[in-house]
Design a protein around this ligand. Structure first.
Ligand SMILES: [Zn+2]
Length: 424
């Protein structure tokens, strides 16, 4: 008996040791092995240049913010190859491309988008002014699984932008932030700097006197996730709008918005990572990167204020709309009762919010995913959930969603959230 007791004691120590190591977060099930390590990695820099094919007069360039084109050459009379590579691998397949083309004479060409370490994902969008974008006509476009995508384009001396999504880069964010700052109740501050020294900016929107509870909105941890950015803009514009609900909400609550958390990744046309080759939405545990450190420090500063965080939303994009929330029973027994109850309240509020969105927008099907999250995953929503015990979710819009619908949904979601928090 004594030996058994000693053995079971040893076993207990070993098991406890194991459960401790299990707390170190792993990535999510779809992350390629190795992609979730968040210490600095080597990246392949994109060589900025304009390539002109002298024999045909066709030029291609990646010399602009947000571009991604690694090489460009002529294959035959009418076919050209555009080589697209990620910043480093392994990497989640968010194969971003963006480049501009022109020709010294009017001609029709075929462009083959060929990928290294990934495959074609984004439906091509075209623009002649970098502001207005249109999806390519489907008759001028096809995809071959092994060879990437083929685009038929009419070129002339005017610049044609070809891009996986609309370009929304640092310059666009600056303009948008300036527009929000025209409201007397909005101000901005810099919460830190990216690896390349770009400011990470935060908007504070409020007419409430201290102490006031607050919500936090973040975006663009992942560079190509433009539909998430469109949603965040509409969400914030609804809160800064002139509706009765918005006016009342701003008198009671503060709103902190960090719209662009990965400026280096966005401006360098990265597929997913920051300039150190790291997925910033897998670094909310170690906080190895300057961008995540900046947001963590700011969140801890907010935590020291007398108001409480009431809601956190991190805006992203993926193949189709999905809202990731923490499931109610995802917590283990070691969590204190008050925390568990706070989590249950957070869950109920989140579900109530979705129900209200459903009532206000019955044509929209809300897709909620409670299966992914676990208390130890190194993502923004989990870290907030487990440090602030408030509703914290990842708001993902589909890559190819109708842009008008994205704006409408975000506006309704913002209004319903404001109503819910005012009521409480
Ligand atoms: Zn994302």
């Amino acid at each position: 008996m004594k030996i058994y007791s000693i053995l079971s004691f040893i076993l207990l120590i070993i098991l406890n040791g194991c459960s401790t190591t299990q707390k170190i977060p792993k990535g999510l099930y779809y992350d390629p092995p190795g992609s979730t390590i968040t210490t600095n990695k080597t990246i392949t820099p994109e060589h900025k240049r304009t390539i002109t094919i002298n024999s045909s007069g066709v030029s291609a360039s990646n010399e602009f913010e947000g571009a991604r084109l690694n090489d460009f050459f002529q294959v035959n009379d009418t076919l050209y190859e555009a080589e697209i590579e990620p910043e480093n691998a392994p990497i989640n397949n968010s194969a971003w491309y963006s480049f501009k083309l022109w020709s010294n004479k009017t001609q029709t060409v075929w462009i083959n988008l060929k990928y290294k370490d990934g495959s074609h994902r984004y439906y091509p969008k075209l623009s002649s002014d970098r502001i207005n974008w249109k999806p390519i006509d489907s008759t001028n476009y096809f995809v071959e699984k092994a060879n990437g995508a083929f685009l038929k384009l009419s070129l002339d001396k005017d610049t044609l932008w070809v891009s996986g999504q609309e370009l929304i880069t640092s310059a666009n964010y600056e303009k948008w932030i300036d527009k929000i700052l025209q409201n007397s109740f909005a101000k901005k501050k810099v919460i830190g700097y990216s690896s390349l020294g770009k400011p990470i900016e935060e908007l504070e929107i409020s007419e409430a006197s201290d102490p006031a509870d607050y919500i936090v909105l973040t975006g663009r941890l992942h560079p190509p996730e433009v539909t998430g950015a469109i949603a965040l803009f509409s969400f914030v514009e609804t809160i800064t709008g002139n509706s009765e609900t918005a006016n009342e909400f701003r008198k009671k609550f503060k709103v902190y918005v960090i719209p662009l958390l990965n400026p280096d990744g966005v401006d360098n046309g990265n597929w997913r990572h920051n300039i150190h080759g790291v997925d910033l939405n897998r670094d909310w545990y170690y906080f190895n990167q300057p961008e995540t450190k900046a947001v963590k420090n700011e969140m801890l500063r907010l935590k020291n204020l007398s108001g409480k965080m009431k809601f956190f939303i991190d805006f992203h994009s993926t193949q189709k709309d999905v809202f990731y929330i923490s499931k109610k029973d995802s917590l283990n027994n070691s969590i204190p009762e008050d925390v568990r109850l706070a989590h249950e309240r957070a869950y109920d509020i989140t579900k109530k919010w979705f129900a209200e969105i459903g009532n206000a927008f019955p044509e929209y099907h809300i897709n909620i995913d409670e299966s992914l999250n676990n208390p130890n995953s190194p993502t923004s929503d989990e870290w907030i959930y487990n440090n602030f015990y408030c509703p914290a979710l990842t708001y993902e819009m589909g890559d190819e969603d109708n842009r008008g619908e994205i704006k409408k949904l975000a506006s309704i979601a913002a209004t319903e959230l404001m109503k819910l928090l005012i009521e409480k």
